[in-house]
Design a protein around this ligand. Structure first.
Ligand SMILES: [Zn+2]
Length: 284
């Protein structure tokens, strides 16, 4: 069952009862980690290190190459990046694609698009009643297990939000903060990554839930350093409101797959708009 606006639900006590899919997850996890290791080892980018950088990501500069193709290509085919990365391997328009780019100038089509192929996020705390697309949910479980192995835990705030959920949330923001602030903090219905099933918000302590100080919590630091290793990016980086249209959201993780997250990490390009050479989307 899908659940809508469940901000106030309590944690489900599900530790230790990962259902009969435990063996399947172990297999999936092993395969994924194996693939990840291979991908990292074989990655052709000269600047990729098999060890993650110990620092988070504030190092990217606005001088990062936005679109490295030197001149208009005579052929309509994709222009490969210097690393040979194929930027057209997946659609950036189709909401069922893990590379879909949704922003204030790229609404979902249809606006009330409802994602499918969803799985709940057990055993991540609060995850039993939150949903993402299955590929993203599987990756989140691996990310959570890795964080936990490092002594870090986090809780799911919200993952998928339907068109109807988002309408309610956006209106609440407008009522409480006014439209200017609402538009920097919450997407209008039909314009939210959460509606695709590829994104989620997490928190560590209650006091830093959906607050900048999340970035200073153990979970905030951990995901800033390691989320890319599991196919996630921090979709709304600091000081990127003029590009993404949204304020810094260190708690908002977007699944794009480990190939793309690794490439973005290696090149230091933090936003999907810059990576794919799309126009900035500061406003609707
Ligand atoms: Zn979010």
């Amino acid at each position: 069952m899908r659940v809508g606006t469940l901000w106030d639900k309590h944690l489900a006590a599900f530790w230790g009862r990962i259902p009969s899919t435990r063996a399947a997850w172990a297999t999936v996890g092993a395969a994924f980690v194996g693939g990840l290791v291979l991908a990292v080892l074989l990655w052709p980018a000269p600047s990729v290190s098999p060890n993650p950088s110990p620092s988070p990501s504030p190092s990217s500069s606005p001088t990062a190459p936005l679109n490295p193709s030197p001149s208009p290509s005579p052929s309509p085919s994709a222009s490969p990046s210097p690393t040979g990365f194929d930027k057209e391997a997946f659609s950036i328009d189709d909401p069922t694609s893990k590379w879909v780019v949704v922003n204030k100038s790229r609404p979902l089509d249809p606006l009330d698009y409802a994602s499918s192929d969803m799985s709940d996020l057990s055993p991540v705390p609060n995850g039993s009643w939150q949903y993402m697309r299955t590929e993203a949910a599987d990756a989140l479980r691996l990310l959570y297990a890795a964080a936990k192995a490092d002594g870090v835990t986090f809780t799911v705030a919200t993952a998928e939000r339907t068109y109807g959920d988002q309408r309610v949330i956006y209106r609440r923001w407008v009522d409480e903060k006014g439209q200017w602030w609402a538009d920097r903090s919450s997407a209008r219905a039909g314009y939210s990554e959460h509606q695709t099933g590829w994104a989620l918000d997490i928190y560590d302590t209650d006091e830093c839930r959906l607050q900048y100080c999340f970035s200073r919590t153990p979970a905030g630091k951990w995901v800033a350093a390691h989320a890319w290793e599991y196919g996630f990016i921090l979709r709304y980086p600091e000081d990127s409101v003029d590009i993404t249209g949204f304020i810094w959201e260190p708690w908002h993780l977007r699944y794009v797959g480990v190939e793309l997250s690794s490439e973005m990490h290696a090149t230091g390009i933090e936003t999907l708009e810059e990576f794919f050479g799309l126009p900035a989307a500061p406003t609707y």
